[in-house]
Design a protein around this ligand. Structure first.
Ligand SMILES: Nc1nc2c(c(=O)[nH]1)N[C@H]1C(S)=C(S)[C@@H](COP(=O)(O)OP(=O)(O)OC[C@H]3O[C@@H](n4cnc5c(=O)[nH]c(N)nc54)[C@H](O)[C@@H]3O)O[C@H]1N2
Ligand SMILES: Nc1nc2c(c(=O)[nH]1)N[C@H]1C(S)=C(S)[C@@H](COP(=O)(O)OP(=O)(O)OC[C@H]3O[C@@H](n4cnc5c(=O)[nH]c(N)nc54)[C@H](O)[C@@H]3O)O[C@H]1N2
Ligand code: SF4
Ligand SMILES: [Mo]
Length: 718
């Protein structure tokens, strides 16, 4: 409406009336509702990353008011990271999946009923199982307790054993490398260590609340803390930073081992009693001198010696942290053997299960379920685990499934709480895979990239709106209680969805219990009831911790310098140096692209949360880092746009942060940006680069991980 003088006066007169009305509001009453209304503390678990820190949701007038860390939860210890606060936004996010949806065109959906959705899914899933067998079906999820208890049970009931998690794009190499040496992925005893060596692990930004706290405490206590990282990350900034050429950590570790052995600084007692294969390791070791490693890593030989001697002097209260994702989780062709080399140095320090060393810790356990369970299928999996990749784990290989989908071997999948189309390298490869399927069902809270490729989107209530299967985390037994009523009445929680689907698939007998009955069964034997737990949110129980070095979960029962299983599969029996698949030589305009964490974002799931996106905006942090001198040589200045071109010709654009804080070889992309779902409007406005758009589909030969950092690009100013 065009506004002339008259209407203008009329509307301002109206505004004056509104102001007058407002001043007549009873401010006392208003304050009462807002400030003095009773607050109820509901026990919950944060859901913004898989650490599931225990927390309270403070509920006022039926709405979440704020969150605080649960003091009796081993992962939060009374504190939360910034993402937990941002996570409350998820509840009211317009980008949520709100009703069951059926695909009617490319990224086009129609609203349908649960009855129709589950009828049609069951019919189509049965057809795939009948025609192609259970190997043609996969289930991809975030493997926390609800997902496992309901999801795995459902899959097993259908004969499906291809169950996958995000690990192939997170920590598969680390987990496998540690499993084939220590027998399990134990953590360092950060709180009590006198010397901690972190290899591509950023405790202050790749956060789990309790470990970030332990990191700070170690520094405050005066422990020597060394962060080996191509980048001066926020943790290295308060510790000792040792810059390294990306992809060469194994060389550093082998050289540290070389110093420990040649200078006779290792624990012979431990080596003789608890390990096998040391003499084979000793035979390959002489070549790995600090001078040899200096060439590869760019770390001065004397610095390598000083690290080795520092570790030895503090041993056994010293440890090489066993990492998570950064340097050897799923990064390079040599990541699995790098993880073994991390274990080797720890074994030489004789720190296994010693105070301040590598800790074997037992957690609380829950009772096994008394309900009729389906048999675990034993046939071959549909993603090559156990066949193409004999040493791979049950966490599976989603990128391989998508290759098999393109070949017509994999036909249907159910994905829950996981967004692999955005978090696994090679967007085009994953997309082509999903588009080859006969049926894709995505169970989500949000309209994510993966959800938009589904034939059916099944919406879940957010973490605050549902009760869930209880969890045991460290010594804490905890649960998510329902803090508020559902915002979208048509959403259903995972247990309800699976029970519905199971009935339609004719395997309802395996789900003949309520969530309460299930939770009560899990608590059997505990000195408290489900009602007590619901009231408390989290309860710490006492757990006996093993002392000394027990029999390890390896074929020999001992720490394995030499792995017969590796040798039998044609890999190195003893971990020996080899470079990343993409090599270490870079041309003048080439960089290795690596992505990583920022404290205020999770994976590719939070760039649409206003308060977290604002941090990015205020500090201009979604730029890709480039080394100052190399940028200058290419005529690139801080804030410029550059184009990254991969060897296969695919390319992407990003603004750059030009800094001294990064190794000349590396381009560092903060990992949370570059969403491709139009529902994440804020993220879209924020912009940013996701390297997976141009990273080639690859599988590491030993355990099949995605080799996320095997990406070398040409960089050019645009
Ligand atoms: N804020 C936040 N915290 C999180 C998460 C999150 O998304 N956001 N996710 C959680 C999960 S699932 C995980 S797996 C962890 C990951 O936690 P981290 O593994 O600590 O996280 P990253 O940032 O991937 O990597 C850590 C560091 O490795 C460095 N790095 C990269 N390549 C190399 C290399 O070749 N050699 C060396 N020495 N260093 C290298 C990077 O520069 C980075 O600073 O974080 C957990 N906590
Ligand atoms: N670009 C990039 N890639 C990465 C990483 C990165 O930081 N950047 N990190 C790597 C690492 S370390 C990991 S562990 C993986 C993680 O890989 P993903 O698990 O795929 O990562 P997220 O982006 O956290 O996806 C979790 C999804 O769960 C949904 N969700 C949240 N709560 C619920 C719920 O209650 N119910 C349901 N059904 N869904 C829910 C969210 O909307 C989100 O889409 O990604 C890896 N790949
Ligand atoms: S580390 Fe942060 S985001 Fe992850 S569960 Fe804990 S509080 Fe939530
Ligand atoms: Mo991860």
């Amino acid at each position: 409406m065009a506004m002339d003088r008259r209407t203008f006066f009329r509307s301002t007169a109206g505004a004056a009336v509104a102001v007058a009305a407002m001043t007549t509001i009873d401010m006392r009453a208003w304050a009462q509702v807002v400030e003095e209304a009773p607050v109820e503390l509901k026990g919950s678990l944060c859901n913004v990353c898989s650490s599931h820190c225990g927390m309270y949701i403070h509920v006022k007038n039926g709405r979440p008011w704020k969150v605080t860390g649960h003091p009796d939860h081993s992962r939060s210890r009374g504190k939360l990271c910034p993402r937990a606060h941002g996570g409350l936004y998820w509840i009211y996010d317009p980008a949520r999946a709100k009703t069951p949806l059926k695909r009617v065109g490319e990224q086009e959906f129609e609203q349908i009923s649960w009855e129709q959705a589950t009828d049609e899914i069951a019919e189509r899933l049965k057809r795939v199982l009948d025609q192609h067998g259970p190997q043609a079906v996969f289930y991809g999820h975030n493997p926390r307790r609800s997902g496992v208890v309901y999801g795995n049970r459902f899959m097993h009931a259908l004969g499906v054993n291809t169950i996958q998690t995000h690990n192939a794009a997170c920590n598969t190499a680390r987990v496998l490398g540690l499993a084939h040496t220590f027998g399990s992925s134990y953590n360092a005893d950060w709180a009590n260590s006198d010397y901690l060596l972190f290899i591509g692990r950023n405790m202050g930004e790749g956060i789990r609340t309790s470990t970030a706290l332990a990191f700070g405490e170690a520094i405050a206590r005066g422990a020597t803390v060394v962060c080996v990282d191509p980048r001066l990350n926020e943790s290295a900034a308060i510790a000792e930073w040792v810059p390294i050429r990306p992809g060469t950590d194994m060389a550093l570790l082998l050289a540290i081992a070389n110093v420990l052995v040649t200078e006779d600084l290792y624990d012979k007692e431990f080596i003789n009693t608890h390990t096998i294969g040391f003499h084979r390791f000793e035979r390959v070791l002489p070549q790995y001198t600090p001078e040899w490693a200096e060439e590869l890593t760019t770390i001065p030989a004397d610095r390598i010696r000083s690290i080795a001697r520092g570790l030895a002097a503090a041993a056994p209260a010293a440890a090489v942290d066993t990492g998570w994702k950064g340097a050897f989780g799923a990064a390079y062709a040599n990541s699995t053997d790098t993880a073994r080399a991390v274990a080797y140095v720890n074994a030489l320090l004789g720190n296994l299960n010693k105070r301040g060393g590598i800790r074997i810790s037992r957690g609380a356990s829950l009772a096994s379920l008394p309900f009729q369970a389906p048999e675990t299928p034993t046939g071959p999996r549909g993603d090559g685990v156990g066949t193409d990749y004999p040493l791979a784990t049950g966490h599976g290989l989603p990128h391989l499934s998508m290759e098999k989908a393109q070949k017509g071997l994999v036909k249907a999948g159910i994905i829950r709480h996981h967004n692999p189309l955005r978090t696994i390298p090679d967007y085009d490869h994953m997309l082509a895979g999903y588009r080859s399927l006969d049926l894709l069902v995505v169970i989500e809270t949000h309209m994510t990239e993966t959800a938009l490729e589904a034939d059916y989107i099944l919406p879940e209530p957010s973490f605050a709106e549902r009760e869930e299967v209880i969890e045991a985390t460290g010594p804490s037994i905890c649960m998510r209680t329902k803090a508020i009523e559902k915002v979208h009445p048509e959403t259903k929680s995972f247990d309800e969805i699976i029970t519905l689907l199971a009935n339609k698939m004719g395997v309802g007998r395996y789900f003949d219990f309520t969530l309460d009955e299930l939770n009560e069964a899990l608590l059997s034997g505990q000195p408290f009831s489900l009602a007590d737990l619901r009231e408390a949110g989290s309860i710490e129980v006492s757990v006996d911790q093993p002392e000394g070095v027990p029999e390890l979960n390896t074929p020999s029962g001992k720490f394995e310098f030499y792995s017969q299983r590796f040798a039998d599969e044609g890999f190195n029996g003893v971990a020996e140096w080899y470079p990343p698949e993409t090599g270490l030589q870079l041309r003048e305009n080439e960089f290795r692209v690596v992505h990583g964490k920022q404290a205020y974002h999770s994976h590719c799931a939070t760039a649409n949360i206003p308060m977290l996106a604002q941090v990015t905006k205020d500090y201009d942090t979604n730029r890709v880092w480039l080394n100052a001198e190399r940028a200058a040589n290419l005529g690139i200045s801080d804030g410029d746009y550059v184009r990254f071109t991969a060897p296969d010709g695919r390319s992407g654009e990003a603004r750059v942060k030009v800094t001294e804080r990064i190794h000349p070889d590396m381009a560092f992309a903060p990992g949370a940006y570059g969403n491709r779902t139009p529902y994440f409007e804020l993220s879209e406005k924020l912009g940013g680069f996701n390297p997976h758009d141009i990273t080639a589909y690859r599988s590491e030969p030993i355990v099949g991980h995605t080799m996320m950092s095997e990406l070398i690009v040409e960089v050019k100013r645009v």
